[in-house]
Write a protein that binds this ligand. Structure first.
Ligand code: NDP
Length: 268
């Protein structure tokens, strides 16, 4: 059987690199999306040294031309795409809501929201050609209004800010709407919640390893055909670990994209 083809954006480091490593370890051909050729090639070389079939592809998610070029390359080389992990993301300190920098807001949304739409739309024709494609949008529980507004929850200790949480809230809705549009197809679209992981994004202050966060994306990228679509799923900050579930647990549904009844409006 030919290997499944998986593209991971922002795969040159952090959770994206670990996602590529884990999907590659399962025998997939992994396409290392990176906006910087030097960093992308270094990640490609590191994974190849581990016998993973890794290929660097230049991809700045904020550029439509870049996404089109990457899609053309995937098409010419492989003719289809089985897995798309929209992992690339940034966090910019924008200050409290009352002093929000709109420049910071725009910068974060360009990558975390518009970038996902840009790449997904460029890759969709290739994903439709795969027998059972999966799209994973790497989001966060910080994008959950319920979670962020819970005075007794762990997020309450964080200072209020808009840009990053709002971008992930928007991404959850983006996920829900793609899942709705694609509900009649084999393609599943889910949002991953990696949990708080030590990476460059947060100055390595997270208490989970990047590999643990990546395992959430891997789970959603390898869902069976009767698996869910339109969900936000992963590790919940503050929840006790459960070895039986591998620390992965259902977080909230974001879409009524299958036959089950819709979630309450406060979820997600
Ligand atoms: P890192 O900063 O380690 O990695 C981010 C990756 O995104 C890098 O490869 C970076 O590339 C890439 N990137 C940023 N902007 C672009 C762009 N315009 N085009 C292409 N690639 C880009 O962070 P993480 O690994 O922690 O983050 C990965 C994802 O996980 C993000 O979406 C983040 O929001 C999410 N997440 C992270 C959590 C955490 O605790 N770490 C928790 C919840 C969600 P470059 O090296 O060129 O900058």
């Amino acid at each position: 059987m030919t290997a499944l083809i998986a593209l991971i954006t922002g795969a040159n480091k952090g959770i994206g690199l670990e996602t590529a490593r884990q999907l590659g370890g399962r025998g997939m051909t992994v396409l290392i999306g990176s906006r910087d050729a030097r960093r992308g090639r270094a990640a490609e070389a590191a994974l190849r040294a581990e016998d993973i079939d890794a290929h660097f592809v230049e991809l700045d998610v904020t550029g439509e031309a870049s996404a089109r070029k990457a899609a053309d390359w995937v098409d010419a080389r492989f003719g289809r795409l089985d897995v798309l992990v929209n992992n690339a993301g940034i966090a910019v300190r924008g200050g409290p809501p009352s002093a929000t920098s709109l420049d910071a807001m725009r910068e974060v949304f360009e990558t975390n929201v518009y970038g996902v739409i840009t790449v997904t739309n460029a890759m969709l024709p290739l994903l439709r050609r795969a027998p059972s494609a999966r799209i994973v949008n790497v989001s966060s529980e910080l994008g959950s209004v319920t979670f962020m507004s819970d005075r007794s929850g762990p997020a309450w200790q964080m200072p209020a800010s808009i840009s990053y949480p709002a971008s992930k809230a928007a991404l959850n809705m983006v996920t829900a709407m793609y899942a709705k549009e694609l509900a009649g197809t084999p393609i599943k679209v889910n949002a991953a919640n990696p949990g708080y992981c030590a990476t460059d994004l947060n100055g390595h202050s997270g208490f989970r390893a990047a590999a643990e966060g990546a395992s959430v994306s891997v789970h959603l990228a390898t869902l069976p055909d009767d698996g869910p679509t339109g969900t936000l799923w992963g590790h919940i900050w503050g929840a006790p670990d459960s070895p039986a579930s591998g620390e992965l647990r259902f977080l909230s549904r974001t879409a009524a994209a299958d036959s089950r009844p819709p979630p309450p409006l406060s979820a997600g």
